[in-house]
Design a protein around this ligand. Sequence first.
Ligand code: TRP
Length: 341
Amino acid sequence: MEKKTILTGIRPTGGLHLGHYFGATSNWVKLQDEYNTFIEIADVQALTDNFDNPDKVRKNVRVLTIDLLSVGIDPDKATIFLQSTIPEIAELTVFYSNLVTVSRLERNPTVKTEIKQKKALFGEMGESITYGFLGYPVSQAADITAFKGDLVPVGEDQLPLIEQCREIVRKFNNIYGETLVEPVAKLSDNKRLKGLDGNEKMGKSLGNALFLGDSEEEVNKKIMAALTDTNKIRKDDPANPEVCMVYYYHKLVNKDNLETVCQECKAGKRGCVACKKELIKHMNEFLKPIREKRKYYEEHPELVDEILINGSKKAREIAKETMKDVKKAIKIDYFNEKEEI
Ligand code: TRP
């Protein structure tokens, strides 16, 4: 049986943090063995709300690629490519835009939430939503279908975007004939990771994230400042580990000793400082192989570029094939491929 194709994407707006790792990328590392895997660095999508800050997007393309490689994405198994190098995605976006109403985009729950966040951040300014931003679900449908993605591994917040893509595909196939693959969302079981401050979400903009690229000193500083049970005043007060972020992260990187951590905390036999120091040790151990790989790629930037270039070339070949099928279906293949213009 032929391997199914997985397509996923990530915006280059910052480095990966533990939330990305446990929520998504560690899963991609497993999936790359089983599926024909494509990972898109979505720089064009990142520009939809960072068009006025191209330096940020540019810088993070390589940061993110190195992050992906250092957590174990293997370029021999998975194709890492850059969205802006595939003009067919932009072309498909134009054709798909006829199949989507503006009100449907405005009702997309993911877009709605993001518009709300913009309004909260920028007040009146947030009211002015660009055409490009409103349309990014259409462009994301192009990302997925250009590579004939069967499955899209995403978090829950992205489900409305996959649904929107499926609607576009159905409409396209209905009008123009069976051409595009209708993708299915592959929800990861991994839950969203809480921040160091106890916030439900770890996020760069929330200032509560531990980055895979953080140094030992940064890890040390951040964990020492992490939220613990606020009712615990003295070192030998019994406490509730379930409300403590330090215990929460012990669960991720110190599984073997978890029972002891929990019991000692509840019994007041474990001070927070000692508990944090133990977590710091385990966190640094967890990050060690990731840091080693990062160092290697940082010292070989030409290799990182080569991976991106080769991945993009490979991805483009597939997008070109899809484009041919699409043009034929829409009856704009005027010269039957005889002429390359
Ligand atoms: N919108 C996704 C995010 O913000 C990134 C993304 C771009 C994506 N293109 C994609 C995800 C295609 C899945 C499939 O995380």
